[in-house]
Design a protein around this ligand. Structure first.
Ligand code: NAD
Length: 499
């Protein structure tokens, strides 16, 4: 069985513990992908010291040259797209169409980052005094701790590391324990593209050991975390105490609203893709469907008919619509919510169980599940399940739909299907989310726009697009006074110095 290592100090090395964990294919647990390091705080410490050395040089590399490395990264990823997608599906389950999209998002992010190396704009603004210049410009921050979830094994690390690198920072990367192979491929590509080896460190292991050690390390001034709101709270508490710069992207409970005037065929495709794509394990997954009473029964029966036809299976096989969940523990969690929903009186219309099909018995499969008559405010409707479970709520008006959408602790994505332009724009205005789609599902972010959520989904930062570059760089202001005299801001002005 292939054994993989950490990348620390410019070399692929074993963890201090000498221990490894197995990474298995969630569609077939007999298929072992490899053994990966179970690292600990001493490995993290070595990685941070090396990254600090890497940063010293990288920060003074011209930003356009840093961007050129990312351009080559994008080229290599494009050449290896199919192979990376296959490896990703093997280790985390989603079908190849989706993993190809995940790699493409990395490619798009690389090319955006490459061009951003020639911008990284500051401002030059007029001074209030004569013969004086005032300008703002960006500086890198230092070693960035990058902690990622399992569901977008390529896209999310690239969202974080590519802008961090273009801004001149070094990275210590801790991937989710479920997707260490894709992370290894990404680091190999960065090195092949010419990134100086000490600028990137890869430390495998658990969140409690490796993740926590990165967050607590005094040599890491900046943490970018994507994962559950619960883990984000732990990370946030440490960063608050240590005054670290922190970007949090966390859980969601996203809703699709379908109004009575909607194109129902279009809304149906959106609901199926939003709820059951990535087996419901997207932060932007549609887990609530808010149906106007005028189309409720008709739409529900269309939806259940189609959901029953979705084909569960190995994501690497042609014809698979829905892959496995990431782990047995994730399936157990979904099963607990099936019990909760039934105990609360919701109607289980389809799914709600592991498939009978013996061929799927070795994988973490769960049938696409739809609950109707779900009460707003119930646990099924409020809590992030992170699986193929859709809860349907009936409403009588747009106002009621907006209230249901907003009355959760999360605020990532939302969607509305309607032909009424006024209702569509009211939704864009009034839905409390970082993203609202009109006549499209809750999923499908584009790499060049800011991505993130409000309330307990985030802490005000955004990934993607131009905005993330603010997070990975410090704004500094420079003044140059060439008047040859002492000019006092706010005291001396164009009218001349007071007597
Ligand atoms: P998770 O919180 O279990 O783990 C995320 C990462 O944090 C992993 O690398 C894990 O090892 C690490 N970690 C765990 N404990 C830690 C600790 N004490 N200190 C530091 N790091 C620690 O999340 P997951 O199961 O991998 O991913 C699913 C969650 O991620 C869902 O809640 C989903 O909504 C969220 N998510 C959010 C976004 C977004 O952009 N908002 C995107 C993808 C996923």
């Amino acid at each position: 069985m292939k054994q993989f290592n950490n990348f620390i100090g410019g070399a692929w090395i074993a963890p201090d513990s000498g221990e490894y964990f197995e990474n298995r294919n969630p569609a077939n647990r007999d298929d072992v992908i490899g053994r990966f390091p179970l690292s600990g705080p001493t490995d993290v410490d070595r990685a941070v010291k090396s990254a600090t050395r890497g940063f010293a040089d990288w920060r003074s590399t011209p930003a356009p040259a840093r961007g050129d490395v990312l351009r080559i990264v994008g080229d290599i990823m494009a050449t290896r797209k199919e192979e990376i997608a296959d490896a990703m599906t093997r280790e985390m389950g989603k079908p190849l169409t989706e993993t190809r999209g995940d790699v493409q998002e990395g490619i798009d992010t690389a090319y955006y980052a490459a061009s951003e190396g020639r911008r990284l704009f500051g401002h030059t603004v007029p001074s209030e005094l004569r013969n004086k210049w005032a300008m703002s410009y960006r500086r890198p921050i230092g070693v960035a701790g990058i902690i990622c979830p399992f569901n977008f094994p390529m896209a999310i690390p690239t969202w974080k590391m590519f802008p961090a690198l273009v801004c001149g920072n070094a990275c210590v990367f801790k991937p989710a324990e479920d997707v260490p192979h894709t992370a290894t491929i990404l680091v190999e590509i960065l090195l092949e593209a010419g990134l100086p080896p000490e600028v990137i460190q890869l430390v495998h292991g658990t969140g409690e050991e490796v993740g926590a050690a990165i967050v607590e390390h005094p040599g890491v001034p900046l943490i970018s975390f994507t994962g559950s709101t619960e883990t984000g709270s732990i990370v946030g508490a440490v960063c608050g105490r240590m005054h670290k710069r922190l970007s949090l992207e966390m859980g969601g409970k996203n809703a699709q609203i379908v109004m009575a005037d909607a194109d129902l065929d279009l809304a149906l495709e959106g609901a199926l893709w939003g709820a059951f794509g990535t087996t419901g394990q997207r932060c932007t997954a549609t887990s609530r469907l808010i149906l106007h009473t005028g189309i409720h029964d008709r739409f529900l029966s269309m939806l259940v008919d189609r959901a029953r036809t979705l084909k569960l299976g190995d994501g690497r096989k042609e014809g698979t619509d829905v892959g496995p969940m990431i782990s047995e523990a994730a399936v157990d969690k979904v099963e607990r919510y099936i019990d909760i929903g039934q105990a609360d009186g919701a109607d289980l219309l389809c799914g709600g169980r592991r498939p009978d099909d013996g061929k799927l018995g070795n994988g973490n499969f769960f049938e696409p599940t739809i609950f109707a008559r779900v009460e707003a405010g119930s646990r099924l409707e409020q809590e992030e399940i992170f699986g193929p479970v859709l809860s349907v709520v009936r409403v009588a008006s747009a106002d009621e739909a907006f209230t249901v959408n907003n009355d959760v602790r999360y605020g990532l994505s939302s969607s509305i299907y309607t032909r009424d332009v006024n209702v569509a724009f009211r939704a864009l205005n009034d839905l409390d989310n970082g993203i609202t789609y009109v006549n499209a599902p809750t999923i499908g972010a584009e790499a060049h726009l800011p991505f993130g959520g409000v309330k307990q989904t985030g802490n005000g930062h955004r990934e993607g697009g131009w905005q993330v570059y603010e997070f990975y760089s410090e704004t500094k202001v420079g003044y140059a006074d060439f008047s040859g005299t002492l000019q006092r801001a706010q005291i001396d002005n164009y009218l001349g110095a007071p007597d």
